[in-house]
Design a protein. Structure first.
Length: 62
């Protein structure tokens, strides 16, 4: 959902990081918090990558 709402130009610069990629962020957070794997970072790396890609689309570097 968050990746579908991407703005362009001047509107893109006014977007706050907390207001974009909310679905990706929620999926990442849920995976990291509730992972039963011994290495949650490794287990959730695909979701983390998806979130980073989404944020980069708005000009945010994580």
């Amino acid at each position: 959902m968050g990746s579908e709402l991407k703005a362009t130009g001047a509107a893109q610069q006014k977007v706050k990081p907390c207001c974009v990629c909310t679905n990706e962020k929620a999926q990442r957070d849920e995976c990291m918090l509730f992972s039963t794997a011994s290495e949650p970072q490794e287990h959730c790396k695909d979701l983390v990558s998806k979130y980073k890609t989404c944020m980069a689309g708005y000009g945010f570097k994580i």
